[in-house]
Structures are given as structure tokens and as C-alpha cells.
Design a protein around this ligand. Structure first.
Ligand code: ATP
Ligand code: MG
Length: 406
């Protein structure tokens, strides 16, 4: 029988696994010096008793927005100036005007610690606190697109500035949704976008440097092959340049090496990690999908396992399924799972959704094959997708139309 001492005595390839976790805030953010300096310049009036402009930061996922702002926040607070206050709100968690204003007020006004105060009361308390202490308050709204009544919130906070005889409120919004701006009122837009900044995606070379820096801190010397770093960077750059994904791959590759008692992280651990991480990501994406999309995906997986009936017709494009046969399979699956099948038009929409998530790929068939039709190929192993979806079904995440749980 194994003992804990045996397990603990085993040499680890990690120096500090935590350094590779997504929650770690690196002290140095490579390739972001320029952006960080620009943001610091925008915020610096807070230390001169002036109101900093509102700032909006946009950039795709994993481009270092949150990490950069947290890094700046640390420096900001290290200045130890009572009147300059920078506060961080994760809007995925605090996603309404009430929750956000309450969270901020509670942080600084202990009387509000209890719950149950109305918005007006909390608002008035916050105004008094700012005036009495001449506070220059900077509110970071990370993932600002998640806020349900954003126009209301921006309106309330801008109106607050009109009421303040001393001190001020500034907003620093962060988002990775490109079209998010279009959903805002003209007034909130011009307010939130007083200053704007873009974080561009990392190139393969930049990702290499970021990964090297982290692996030097996280792994023992000589554990990670240079080619493994380069491969991780190349895979990530070809997908989306998301540094979070790159670090996740590297951590997973390390865990695989450790698990299998290997002494080094090479290309093969990275390849294996990629399959692993991609499947985890697919599972995460599938869990949030509405039931009919899951049924369509299940049908693609089922058919892929059975093989297309038209395999022979379709020699040039092997491995593809016809959208017509997937639709038939979908109708069968609906029946099996006591769901009312949607029309073919909806079915096409669901296919588009699945393609957007990278769970399937589609091409238009050439004219020769049964007129014009869409050909579908599954993006991951059919078996694992089927397992993921059936597990969701068993967990009862999918109630039937009549409200029963499967
Ligand atoms: N320039 C960099 N140097 C070192 N690590 C970085 C750099 N940029 C990002 N990272 C790391 O990558 C991960 C993702 O970064 P971050 O959370 O800042 O992304 P984001 O732009 O906020 O993404 P999202 O839009 O999904 O919230 C973090 O673990 C972060 O530490
Ligand atoms: Mg972020």
C-alpha cells in the first residue's frame, strides 16, 4: 500500500506549481510595458487631487488585461495615499448595479457590512464618504460586458460625479467582447470610452518568452525542453494567442510528465496535454449549451461512430457527414430523449453555433454530391463528445419538454 510519505518523498519536477496557475499574478508582464505605462499615466491625476479620465480596455481573451491592471493596482496601493483609492470588481460575480455599488461601499464603509440596505441609502453613504475624505475613487469593472444594467450603472456613477463637491469617481472598464460597445446608450458609450486602449494578441515569439519566464519560475532547471516551449507557443498562436491557454498547456504537460515519472517535458507531453486540455475545454463549452444544441452534437457523434451512410458517394471528403443524415439522427435522438425536434431551419442555426465553438467544422459540398448540401466533420473524438453529453444528460442538466428530468 502506498503511504503519504512515499508520495511526498518523490522528487517533483515543479519548484512552484502555483506559478503556472491562472490565478498567479506575475510581477513582470512581458510585452505590456507600454500599455501599463499608458494606463498609469491615465490614472496618475488621482495623486494630484484631479479626476482621472474614464478608461476602456479591450483585448481578446488571455491578452493580459486583468493581469496588467492588477499589477498596476498593486503599485497604486503601494503609494499609500489615503485619498487615492483603486478598487476591483469582477463583474462576472457582481453583475448588477446594486451588487456593484454595494460591494464597493461595503469595502470602505463598515457600517454597511450588514445586508439589506437599499440602493439610495448605500449611494448616499458612498457620496458622503467620498466628499468627507476627498477620495479620488477608481473603479475597475473587469468583464464589464457581464453587467446586466450597465447603462444604469454608468449613469448612476456619472451622476455621482455631478453631486460631488470634493473627490471624484472614475471608471476603468475591461472587456474581451468586440461588439460590446454597440449595445450601449450613446451617453454611456461616450462616458465609458473617454480614453480607449487595445491589447493585441500575442505572437508565437512573444508567447515563447512568456512561457520561458513562467517555466523558469515553475519548473526545476532543465525540465522543460526548449522545443516543447516552442511547440506550446506555436499551437497557441495558431489557435488564438491566448496566454492563459498556453500556460494551461504547459502546466498540464508538467502534470503528465510528473504522473508518468518522466524526467523531462518534451513535445510528446505537450501533444498529449493539448488533447487533454482541448477535451476539458470542449466539456466546459458543452455543459453551457442549450439542450437542442447538445442533441445535435450528440447526433453528429453517434453518426460519426456508425459511419456515414453515404461514405461511398463522398470519396473526396472522407470523414464528413451529410447535414441531412445528421438531421434524421437528431430527430431520432429527440424522440429517445423525449424532446420535440425543432425545424430544419433551427437545426441549421444549431450547426452554426457548434461550428462557432469549434466543436464541428463544415464545408459546402461540391455540386456533384446530392445537389448543394453541408458536410459536417466532428472537431473532437466522437467517443469523448458522446461521453460528455451523455454524462450531462444523466446529471439531469437537460430537463425534457414536459419538465421531467432525464
Ligand atoms: N505579458 C504577460 N506576461 C506574463 N504572463 C502573462 C502575460 N499576459 C498574460 N499572462 C498570463 O496569462 C493569463 C491570462 O491573462 P489575463 O487573465 O490577464 O487575460 P485577460 O486579457 O484578462 O483575459 P480575459 O479577457 O479572458 O479575462 C494569466 O495567467 C496571466 O498571468
Ligand atoms: Mg481578464
Amino acid at each position: 500500500m502506498p503511504s503519504f510519505s512515499d508520495i511526498l518523498a518523490k522528487e517533483s519536477i515543479f519548484v512552484d506549481r502555483n506559478v503556472l496557475s491562472p490565478h498567479y499574478i506575475p510581477e513582470i508582464l512581458l510585452f505590456r510595458e507600454e500599455q501599463i505605462e499608458k494606463i498609469m499615466k491615465v490614472l496618475s491625476p488621482a495623486f494630484k487631487n484631479e479626476r482621472p479620465h474614464n478608461l476602456f480596455i479591450y483585448g481578446k481573451t488571455g491578452t493580459g488585461k486583468t493581469a496588467s491592471v492588477k499589477n498596476i493596482m498593486k503599485k497604486f496601493n503601494d503609494m499609500e495615499r489615503k485619498e487615492a483609492v483603486m478598487t476591483y470588481v469582477n463583474c462576472k460575480v457582481y453583475n448588477t448595479r446594486y451588487r456593484i455599488i454595494q460591494k464597493i461601499a461595503k469595502t470602505y464603509i463598515s457600517e454597511l457590512d450588514k445586508s439589506g440596505f437599499g440602493l439610495t441609502y448605500i449611494y448616499e453613504k458612498l457620496v458622503s464618504w467620498i466628499i468627507e475624505n476627498k477620495i479620488r475613487l477608481i473603479i475597475v469593472l473587469d468583464e464589464v460586458d457581464m453587467i446586466k444594467e450597465l447603462d444604469d450603472l454608468i449613469y448612476t456613477l456619472t451622476r455621482m460625479n455631478d453631486e460631488l463637491s470634493e473627490g471624484s469617481v472614475s471608471l476603468l472598464g475591461i472587456s474581451n467582447k468586440f461588439n460590446f460597445k454597440d449595445e450601449l446608450d450613446a451617453r454611456s458609450k461616450s462616458s465609458l470610452y473617454e480614453t480607449e486602449m487595445v491589447f493585441t494578441s500575442y505572437s508565437a515569439i512573444e508567447l515563447q518568452e512568456i512561457l520561458k519566464y513562467r517555466s523558469n519560475l515553475g519548473f526545476k532547471k532543465g525540465i522543460v525542453d526548449e522545443s516543447a516551449i516552442n511547440l506550446t507557443a506555436a499551437i497557441t498562436a495558431s489557435e488564438n494567442g491566448d496566454a492563459r491557454y498556453a500556460l494551461r498547456l504547459l502546466l498540464k504537460a508538467g502534470e503528465i510528465a510528473e504522473d508518468k515519472n518522466r524526467e523531462k517535458i518534451t513535445d510528446s507531453e505537450v501533444e498529449e496535454a493539448r488533447r487533454n486540455v482541448d477535451e476539458d475545454l470542449a466539456a466546459e463549452a458543452i455543459i453551457t449549451l442549450p439542450d437542442h444544441q447538445q442533441l445535435v452534437l450528440l447526433s453528429v457523434a453517434d453518426l460519426d461512430l456508425k459511419g456515414s451512410r453515404y461514405e461511398k458517394l463522398n470519396e473526396e471528403e472522407s470523414g464528413f457527414l451529410f447535414s441531412g443524415e445528421v438531421y434524421e439522427e437528431y430527430r431520432r435522438n429527440c424522440k429517445k430523449h423525449k424532446k420535440k425536434p425543432r425545424t430544419a431551419r433551427w437545426f441549421q442555426e444549431y450547426l452554426n453555433d457548434l461550428e462557432m465553438l469549434g466543436l464541428i467544422t463544415m464545408v459546402e459540398s461540391g455540386k456533384g454530391i446530392r445537389g448543394h448540401t453541408r458536410l459536417i466533420r466532428i472537431g473532437y473524438s466522437a467517443e469523448s463528445l458522446k461521453n460528455i453529453i451523455e454524462r450531462n444528460f444523466r446529471r439531469g442538466s437537460i430537463p425534457t419538454d414536459s419538465g421531467e428530468v432525464l
